[in-house]
Design a protein around this ligand. Structure first.
Ligand SMILES: NC(=O)c1ccc[n+]([C@@H]2O[C@H](COP(=O)([O-])OP(=O)(O)OC[C@H]3O[C@@H](n4cnc5c(N)ncnc54)[C@H](OP(=O)(O)O)[C@@H]3O)[C@@H](O)[C@H]2O)c1
Length: 311
């Protein structure tokens, strides 16, 4: 089969090559991949000199089951599915356990489905950790990105007053259309307290966002798109007023290998297919033309998801 493999001599450190097809374990279905979406972390991972040539990366992929799991778990042959994994998604075939796979309506667009696993699940799981959002102010930093767009939509649907942060003024209208009540260029521009923050950016964004978290609230550190460190002074950490019991929590989607994502992936796929969730695709090309999309992602020129069609 063909796969997009690490090749440190190729543009974007990736090249289409022939590799052996995966041999599914008894609890894994074999999926014919139709589309994949790219995440900064894995694309950046391909550029690391220590990632060996020939590695098949890829977290997000969607397609059709061509062989059901031998133990009877998971979907049947012909089912449209969206899949998550720690690697091996950028290939014509992927072996996936039932816990990392959601089923989708047959006519759902595989490209749109492929945006869901890392970005959609991260947004959903962080917002769930916040508890009830009805009437609560929730700040989303890096709101124009993959995680941010899903977080804005899901938080708005959960009844939150959504405060979106994007440095790019051209993103404001689109973020309001997704459900943001306010859009600011940076957290320091927000004066009214927020109950929770989903922070995709880190650095000064994290420091300034934490400064407006109200008593008992929390900041969830999801990403560090700024690649900057956040050093909190005692005043910033403890606060100079009476806002206490505030916390900063880390998050890692694949932190617990026992997590079963199937129900959430199936729900997200259904919402997307019904038009109630916008996948936010900002670039879509055949996978043979991956280099430009990869470079745009590495240069942080993308707002939303990049999708590659497997052709
Ligand atoms: N912990 C986990 O399990 C987990 C899961 C998923 C993602 N992540 C991480 O979470 C972060 C967001 O992921 P994503 O897929 O949404 O990334 P993305 O699509 O690249 O979006 C990141 C957004 O952050 C903003 N941004 C980028 N550089 C910035 C800078 N220097 N200063 C301020 N804002 C900046 C940009 O928005 P504007 O240009 O509009 O400001 C951009 O749209 C990434 O760091 C990713 O690696 C972690």
């Amino acid at each position: 089969m063909r796969a997009l493999t690490v090749d440190h001599t190729a543009p974007g450190h990736l090249a289409l090559t022939e590799v052996p097809a995966p041999r599914p374990a008894t609890h894994e279905a074999l999926v014919q991949i139709e589309a994949v979406s790219l995440n900064f972390g894995e694309v950046h991972g391909a550029t690391h000199p220590e990632t060996p040539n020939g590695t098949v990366l890829g977290w997000d992929a969607a397609g059709v089951v061509v062989q059901a799991a031998a133990d009877g778990s998971g979907p049947a042959v012909g089912d449209k599915v969206v899949t998550l994994g720690a690697d091996a998604g950028w290939a014509e075939l992927r072996a996936v356990p039932a816990a990392l796979l959601g089923t989708a309506p047959k006519d759902a667009d595989a490209g749109a489905l492929s945006t869901l696993p890392v970005a959609g699940l991260s947004a959903l799981h962080v917002l769930r950790r916040m508890g009830s959002l009805l009437g609560r102010r929730v700040m989303i930093t890096g709101a124009s990105g993959g995680v941010g767009r899903f977080a804005v939509q899901l938080a708005a649907r959960a009844g939150a007053e959504v405060v979106a942060i994007s440095r790019n003024p051209a993103q404001a209208e689109g973020l309001r259309a997704l459900g943001a009540h306010e859009v600011h260029p940076e957290p320091a521009a927000v004066t009214e307290p927020v109950a929770y923050v989903l922070d995709n950016v880190g650095g000064q964004h994290l420091i300034d966002a934490f400064a407006v978290v109200s008593a008992g609230g929390a900041l969830f550190s999801v990403g560090r798109s700024s690649e900057a460190d956040a050093v909190l002074t005692p005043d910033a950490l403890i606060g100079t007023d009476s806002r206490h019991d505030r916390s900063i929590r880390t998050f890692f989607l694949l932190g617990d290998p026992a997590t079963d994502f199937s129900a959430d992936l199936t729900w997200l796929a259904g919402e997307l297919a019904a038009g109630r969730l916008d996948p936010g695709i900002s670039r879509r090309t055949p996978w043979a033309d991956h280099a430009e999309a990869v470079q745009a992602l590495l240069d942080r020129r993308l707002h939303g998801k990049a999708v590659l069609d497997i052709q």
